[in-house]
Design a protein around this ligand. Structure first.
Ligand code: CAA
Length: 258
């Protein structure tokens, strides 16, 4: 698949997807979203990788939705753009492999919202993260008002959204938005290393962990627990291949071969 605003490369079992619109700090417009949709729909490519790293070209991860493109939007245009973005970010959340954001620089507005739809976030110590929409008379439109409070609680999310100033990577780490800090020059390499470690675990268990976490937050505690028991049970007879290999490998004191 040929892209204008994305680059994709594979390092063994790890896919690296780079937003490549550096002149606009990788801002998200409809064309970028179209390409992202195409990429995430390409099941053949995705089947060849065990984890995906998403990063940005140049000094930004993504500086948000494209402000220039939104200037003349109608009500319907705004609604549609919000729905398109949400659809793409849901594709990330629903991928059956781990997705890790390598936040190399600014992750603002829609850029932070994209990172929030990933499973784990690694950030350069020099990155700046925030939801500055309030400065433009806007609100986050790609589920930021929903994903951020689920991750860090309503108070922290309100603080970020109402202040609109952005925070350092270290502050984002303290809040739990970012799970790992990296040196600016090695953020991508360190994220790939983390992706490789995770990709060495049971792919089936990784798929289920992701499903339990994403679907669980939509359910009440009891129903979410039932869903977990059901999947846990299935690992013993219906969905047992990797569980058998994992337990056998442990008992035989060898590395599992998934
Ligand atoms: N949309 C479109 N273009 C953008 C952009 C954006 N979100 N962010 C940066 N750019 C463009 C700039 O206009 C500039 O283009 P020109 O060279 O043609 O003038 C180029 O990228 C480089 O940017 P700067 O010169 O501003 O770079 P800087 O280093 O001085 O500042 C920055 C960097 C602080 C990130 C600044 O660019 C900035 O504040 N960007 C906007 C951030 C923002 O408000 N994001 C939220 C967008 S709204 C949103 O995302 C809504 C939603 O949830 C749906």
């Amino acid at each position: 698949m040929k892209f204008n605003y994305l680059k994709f490369e594979k390092r063994d079992k790890i896919g690296i997807l780079t937003l490549d619109r550096p002149n606009a700090l990788n801002a998200l417009n409809e064309d970028v979203f179209k390409e992202l949709t195409g990429f995430f729909n390409d099941k053949e490519t995705i089947q060849t990788i065990r984890a995906l790293v998403i990063t940005g070209e140049g000094k930004a991860f993504i500086a948000g939705a494209d402000i220039k493109a939104m200037q003349e939007y109608s009500t319907q245009d705004g609604y549609d753009f919000s729905e398109i973005g949400k659809g793409v970010f849901d594709q990330i959340a629903n991928l059956e492999i781990p997705v890790i954001a390598a936040i190399n620089g600014f992750a603002l507005g829609g850029g932070l919202e994209l990172a929030l739809s990933c499973d784990i976030r690694v950030a350069s110590e020099k990155a700046r993260l925030g939801l500055p929409e309030v400065n433009l008379g806007l609100i986050p439109g790609f589920n930021g008002t929903q994903r951020l409070p689920r991750l860090v609680g309503a108070g922290n999310a309100m603080y970020l959204m109402m202040l609109g100033e952005g925070i350092t990577a270290n502050e984002a780490y303290q809040l739990g938005i970012v799970q790992k800090l990296a040196k600016p020059e090695s953020v991508l390499e360190e994220t790939i290393e983390l992706a490789e470690k995770i990709a060495g675990k049971s792919p089936n268990a990784l798929r289920l962990i992701k499903k339990m976490v994403h679907q669980g937050v939509e359910l009440n505690f009891k129903d979410a627990g039932k869903m977990e028991s059901k999947e846990f049970g299935r690992l013993f007879k219906e969905d047992q291949k990797e569980r058998e290999e994992g337990i056998n490998a442990f008992l035989e004191k060898r590395k599992p071969n998934w």
